[in-house]
Design a protein around this ligand. Structure first.
Ligand code: NAD
Length: 480
């Protein structure tokens, strides 16, 4: 069986602008590192501000014709891209398993499956848009926002790209994509697919490079009408500041520290087993990961036992081994950050139930961190407040339902959450009190058509499904 170590190096020497692969303005190169072998697995050009100007100009000149393209034709283009991605699912899954480190089986379902689903969902979503509505003596029409800059992170790289690029193009916008420099090769693969289907030149453009250069230049650019950003709260704040100069529309999908409230009448074994999995998915590198598990103090000892036992089943290993459920972290930097948080948890007096900052036995290559669970974590502790982005779960005891809701909402973030109860109506009542964009009830499944996005410092705007498509439309009133 081919392993992560013997895969060919994937060198990309060009950016995609105006329907062609072209040389970037500078000579800089960004190396891409395989998360489990620590070897260079490929590279992309380090784009320049001039490359941004070229790409925005291409998107601008393609805009009028694309915006005027009949909706059913745009729907067909999106479906063709969806088919192109579907035909390359295995390649995408293996590529992202190396770039990010997610186990191959999960990578196939999530990293390759979701982007395909998103492109394929566009024809139906387009049919459901009310393109024209009569309001009194006005005709309210929906129009594409314009040129969209999409800036994306590395954790679910192609999913996050598709969640912006597909609805933006479906809506009639043209796009300049700046993918994460940590996992950019999948974005080049998408550009290959778009090139193969023959999408009109300039509708989709790709500039690889650094956030501080390419991302900022896009956010500031006077010819960009909207910037759609997914990433950290710190970088999102910079993007909003840079975009403010030209008052462009901004959508921000940022970090989280999501609470999972296990009420006293819940099936503890089931709730905790599901909750540990929701925290450790993609080695904890999930913005909506349920990282704070709130348990009734009266059942804390039982909860600790279950959580530690379940966590110990998540043995880290090679993403290409079919039995692996927990891969490495994406990078050396990310591993160091997570190790520091674990050390801080211990320093601040949290009770370490399992795991820790040491390298897991037998895994000297790859950015592995042991699945880690803390208990007796209080709201003031750093590991209860900050996004760790690693396989680290904190158990927080609460006194009663009111206290649970208070702790759940005691966060600057508001992205996701969970509630578990033996009584689904009670769970729904509590879920309505949680100030986050999504709440799953008794392990309710992820819905790729449900609106996804944040309250508070988790951002603003929504992605996916109908609400995600509406983000890329302006409304105009014609008085009759
Ligand atoms: P990051 O903020 O470092 O980078 C995200 C993107 O922004 C990258 O393309 C990067 O190059 C670019 N960037 C960085 N600084 C910039 C700047 N000053 N101006 C413009 N662009 C800039 O985030 P990351 O490390 O790639 O991803 C992890 C973070 O993303 C976590 O905080 C996670 O919670 C968040 N995230 C949020 C969601 C969501 O939907 N809410 C989804 C996934 C990840």
């Amino acid at each position: 069986m081919a392993t992560a170590t013997d895969r060919a190096v994937n060198v990309r020497e060009k950016i995609y602008v105006g329907g062609e692969w072209v040389k970037a303005g500078g000579d800089g190169v960004i190396e891409v590192i395989n998360a489990s072998t620590e070897q260079v697995m490929g590279s992309v050009p380090e784009g320049t501000v001039e490359d941004v100007d070229r790409a925005v100009a291409a998107a601008r000149s393609a805009f009028d014709a694309w915006a005027a393209t009949p909706v059913p034709e745009r729907a067909d283009w999106m479906a063709r891209i969806g088919q192109g991605l579907a035909a390359r699912m295995d390649e995408i899954a293996a590529l992202i398993a190396q770039e990010v480190g997610m186990p191959l089986k999960l990578s196939t379902m999530i990293q390759a499956g979701l982007p395909t689903t998103t492109f394929n969902s566009m024809p139906k979503l387009l049919e459901e848009i009310a393109w024209e509505q009569q309001v009194g003596n006005s005709l309210v029409v929906r129009e594409p926002v314009g040129v969209v800059a999409a800036i994306t992170p590395w954790n679910y790289p192609l999913h996050q790209i598709a969640a912006k690029v597909a609805p933006a193009m479906a809506a009639g916008c043209t796009v300049v994509l700046k993918p994460s420099q940590v996992a950019p090769l999948n974005a080049a693969l998408l550009a290959d697919v778009i090139d193969e289907v023959g999408l009109p030149a300039g509708v989709f453009n790709l500039v690889t490079g650094r956030g501080s250069v390419i991302g900022e230049a896009l956010a500031r650019h006077p010819d960009v009408d909207m910037v759609s950003f997914t990433g950290s709260t710190a970088a999102g704040r910079r993007v909003a500041e840079a975009a403010a100069g030209t008052i462009k529309k901004v959508a921000l999908e940022l970090g989280g520290k999501s609470p999972n409230v296990i009420l006293d009448d819940a099936d503890l074994q089931q709730a905790i087993t599901d909750g540990v999995g929701k925290c450790f998915l993609n080695s904890g590198q999930t913005c909506s990961a349920l990282t704070r598990m709130l348990v009734p103090r009266s059942r804390l000892a039982e909860a600790e036992q279950i959580a530690a036992a379940v966590a110990e089943h998540f043995k880290p290993g090679d993403p290409f081994d079919s039995s692996t459920v927990l891969g490495p972290l994406v990078s050396e930097d990310q591993r160091e950050t997570v190790r520091k948080y674990i050390a801080k948890g211990i320093d601040e007096g949290a009770k370490l139930l399992t795991g820790g900052a040491e390298t897991p036995a037998g895994l000297d290559h790859g950015y592995f961190v042991a699945p880690t669970v803390f208990s007796e974590v209080t709201p003031g502790m750093t590991i209860a407040k900050e996004e760790i982005f690693g396989p680290v779960l904190v158990l927080m005891p609460y006194e009663d339902e009111q206290d649970a809701v208070r702790i759940a909402n005691d966060s600057v973030y508001g992205l996701a959450g969970g509630v578990w109860s033996g009584d689904p109506e009670r769970a729904k009542r509590v879920a309505r009190r949680i100030r986050t964009g999504q709440v799953e009830i008794n392990g309710g499944a992820f819905n790729p058509l449900a609106p996804f996005g944040g309250y508070k410092q988790s951002g603003y705007g929504r992605e996916l499904g109908h609400y995600g498509l509406e983000e890329f439309l302006q409304v105009k009133a014609l008085q009759l």
